[in-house]
Design a protein around this ligand. Structure first.
Ligand code: FUC
Length: 801
């Protein structure tokens, strides 16, 4: 009897440990407040960002607005005669004089981009004197709500924070379990210029961003951050407190609340940004009216209503995808300790699910502002000269931010990028003409909220290895096609997508030149951000016919051809595209069995370099697959093997997707674990080659913090479970042994399909394929291929038998 009791009790304890105390797949929690930015809980409504420290005596919250950048509309016509240097560069390259070509290439440079600006820091300062017990801080990504709680002398204090998209404000609710125990004041500080004032119950901040900020990597240059009261983007930040029982005092330096048991803080932000081509000082939005309109409207609602509206809005997107990777035996630990434990090789499937869903959480929270995509740090940045200006880096990072948008069922969050591409096409038309004497439009290495599209480098001071890359138009145009092929939105393709794709293609067609051996190539060319060694031992970056350029152009041409066929337009133009496509210099396999990065089979200065743009055709492109092009797939594999598994966060994220496309689930999984390598929060220390991973708040570490790794990591999980092309869906193409049992609901496949997949012991059980339109496709699992034709709203159950 006693024995049975013990067994029962042990069983119960086990159950409790696994069910109730088991690791969460949606909550990150901590036993302490954040000390560093990389420990804060990030919240956002797609425009306003907040990074919550949750401090006990003083709770710091970094505030951001996606539209607050340094700078003003860019003069795209900044170097009108740059193109005149092209014949000389081409001549030097023809003569294999790479050094001269590289020097001349510097003449094809313009100004640097502007920087994403930090709006400021609000602090909620408490009058606590005694020591604190039971401190707890969490972010629940199933509701997008953060919480803090603790006890002091038996009094329980709680805080609840969210940033609402429907109500456009940040809300913080504070409670104390004892009457009059809640006492705090609120103040504000900023690295920007600002003034505070009182307007009835509102503590108001009005300020402005620099009209120019130099990239941080330029060091201590003169006038690195310049302000002018009559220039730059303006902002307003309003704070109001509502309390049922406390006394509120509003002063010129902040707000004070005394003797309350409950309070709600409302924070409303607006900027004067009114478009990439509008001067934010003279043609800007009425930011004061906007901020106060938002605030007044929110104040009329109850806390419960605000919270319900926020959760409903957020979950409308978030709940579309559910991932289950089976049972876990991991104990319930705070996120920081959990990462460290996982880093030692321990199992924690719920953390793997959490990281995937966290990527989706971040995209919903940072990408809902028209034509303002998530930047290098999403929308969360405390630095006035942030790493790499927290800008849009288009030789990988901006595109990588959006790899998860379509396949993880967040297509609406792709739209800010798509509209931004529309802006880039406008400045990019001038860039194409003035820098490259070319038709259409293109964009280069960097951009910013002003949609700058010129090559950077401060008119000749930049190293062409990064400054001169000009394939932004070709790469970005693939996002337009992907948006169409996933959504099947033909109106989008006709009205918005195709015209922009055509413009990007026109640039490619007029930029291509003959190599003298019957092929088309780019000249000059660079391959992000790698350095070759010629057979003579010269180390350089300007060459002709780089593989990365050609694979982006190939993808752009293939997709624009298909789009023109679907729309039944531009027959003659299509013939031109087809002819060019057939003449592109093909992929080459090098003596090491690798996919050649350079026109010739040259060595690399850094064979393990983080960039791998010449593998673009494998991922995110669709030119290389293990079954259709096995030799090229093997060459890509060889390149990845040479590169090894250590890299920066974004590079690891990309490599997971590359291995997934090689259908090597176990290698992809190995790198997924690597992406979750625990990195200490240490501010802005930069590591260029290795050391990528994850900070305690689950944000990606380049290092420093860069959000692309989060997004590509999430995209890669989907890519391991489901791949698709225009006419094929592949089920579980790269399922790792570690994920033997599981299910996923709501992943999206090209062709307008939504899938629920279930597997056991590493084998498919079934897949339900739901069609959003009338469509045909082939469904493949291992060797089984079935053709299906579905009407809008119909679904099909696929089993492997
Ligand atoms: C490119 C990369 C760096 C970094 C920066 C934002 O220049 O080479 O690693 O991600 O962009």
């Amino acid at each position: 009897m006693k024995k049975i009791k013990i067994i029962l009790l042990t069983g119960l304890a086990f159950l409790l440990a696994n069910q109730i105390l088991a690791q969460s797949d949606h909550i990150l929690w901590y036993k302490q407040a954040a000390k560093h930015f990389e420990e804060t809980l990030v919240l956002g409504n797609g425009k306003m960002g907040a990074s919550v420290f949750g401090g006990i005596k003083s709770d710091k919250i970094y505030l951001n607005d996606a539209t607050l950048w340094s700078g003003e509309p860019v003069n795209a016509n900044m170097n009108p005669e740059a193109y005149k240097n092209i014949p000389a560069i081409r001549e030097a390259l023809k003569n294999e004089n790479y050094q001269l070509a590289n020097e001349l290439n510097k003449k094809l440079q313009g100004s640097f981009s502007e920087s994403f600006a930090p709006l400021g820091t609000m602090s909620i300062n408490f009058k606590h004197k005694k020591s604190v017990e039971k401190y707890y801080r969490e972010l629940d990504i199933s509701t997008a709500i953060a919480k803090v709680s603790y006890e002091i002398s038996g009094v329980k204090y709680t805080r609840e924070y969210f940033v609402s998209h429907p109500d456009k404000v940040m809300i913080i609710k504070l409670t104390a379990s004892k009457k009059k125990a809640l006492n705090f004041d609120i103040d504000f500080n900023s690295k920007l210029k600002f003034k505070t004032s009182v307007d009835k119950n509102v503590f108001a901040v009005n300020g402005y961003a620099p009209y120019h900020t130099e990239p941080s990597y330029r060091g201590m240059v003169k006038d690195a951050v310049v302000f002018d009261p009559n220039r730059g983007t303006r902002f307003t930040s309003l704070f109001e407190v509502k309390s049922t029982d406390g006394k509120i005092t509003v002063k010129n330096d902040g707000l004070e609340l005394q003797n309350a048991s409950e309070a709600i803080i409302y924070v409303s932000i607006a900027t004067s940004f009114s478009g990439f081509d509008k001067n934010p000082a003279t043609e800007g939005l009425d930011h004061q009216a906007k901020a106060s309109g938002q605030l007044l409207k929110a104040l009329t609602k109850t806390y419960a209503d605000l919270k319900t509206a926020h959760i409903n809005d957020y979950q409308h997107f978030f709940n579309r995808v559910q991932l289950n990777l089976g049972k876990t035996s991991a104990p319930n630990l705070p996120a920081d300790e959990r990462l460290k434990r996982y880093d030692k090789g321990k199992e924690d499937k719920m953390l793997e699910v959490l990281y995937f869903q966290f990527g989706r959480y971040l995209l919903i929270s940072s990408s809902r502002t028209k034509a303002v995509p998530a930047n290098l740090q999403g929308i969360w940045n405390p630095h006035i000269r942030p790493p790499w200006s927290s800008n849009y880096t288009m030789n990988i990072n901006l595109e990588e931010n959006y790899w998860l948008a379509e396949n993880t069922n967040l297509s609406e969050m792709h739209l800010p990028l798509i509209d931004f591409i529309g802006n880039l096409a406008k400045t990019g038309k001038i860039t194409a003409k003035t820098f490259y004497d070319a038709d259409g439009w293109t964009a280069c290495h960097n951009s910013d909220i002003w949609a700058m599209s010129n090559p950077v480098g401060d008119f000749g001071k930049g190293d062409p290895v990064w400054a001169n890359w000009n394939m932004g138009g070709a790469w970005l145009s693939t996002h337009l096609w992907e948006h169409y092929i996933f959504t099947q939105d033909i109106d989008f393709l006709k009205d918005k997508g195709y015209p922009l794709m055509k413009g990007a293609t026109q640039f490619c067609l007029s930029w291509l030149v003959e190599d003298g051996k019957g092929h088309l190539i780019t000249s000059p060319s660079t391959s992000p951000e790698n350095v070759f060694i010629t057979t003579d031992g010269y180390k350089g970056s300007t060459l002709y016919g780089g593989t990365a350029d050609l694979s982006m152009i190939r993808e752009c041409l293939q997709q624009t051809i298909k789009a023109s066929e679907i729309l039944g337009v531009d027959n003659e133009f299509r013939t031109g595209m087809q002819q060019a496509l057939a003449k592109l210099y093909p992929y080459q396999i090098g003596k090491k069995g690798n996919l050649q990065e350079w026109y010739f089979d040259w060595e690399d200065v850094e064979p393990q370099h983080r960039h791998q743009s010449h593998l673009f055709g494998l991922y995110p492109g669709h030119q290389v697959t293990p079954d259709q092009t096995p030799n090229l797939a093997n060459a890509c594999r060889k390149t990845l093997e040479i590169k090894g598994d250590e890299a920066t966060g974004w590079s690891i994220g990309w490599r997971i997707n590359l291995w997934a496309r090689l259908w090597d689930g176990n290698h992809a999984y190995k790198l997924y674990r690597q992406l979750l390598h625990a990195v200490e929060p240490d501010g802005v220390k930069i590591k260029m080659q290795k050391g990528g991973g994850t900070y305690p708040n689950l944000l990606d570490a380049h290092p420093p913090f860069q959000i692309d790794g989060n997004f590509s990591g999430a995209a890669a999980v989907a890519e391991m479970l489901l791949q698709s092309t225009d006419d094929k869906i592949i089920l579980l193409p790269a399922l790792p042994d570690a994920w033997a049992n599981g299910s996923v609901k709501g992943l999206v496949a090209r062709g307008g399909f939504v899938l629920d997949i279930e597997w056991e012991k590493g084998k498919l059980v079934s897949a339900i394929i739901y069609s959003k339109t009338n469509a045909n496709t082939k469904v493949k699992y291992n060797k089984t291929v079935k053709e299906i034709a579905l009407k809008e709203g119909e679904s099909y159950r696929f089993t492997a038998n």
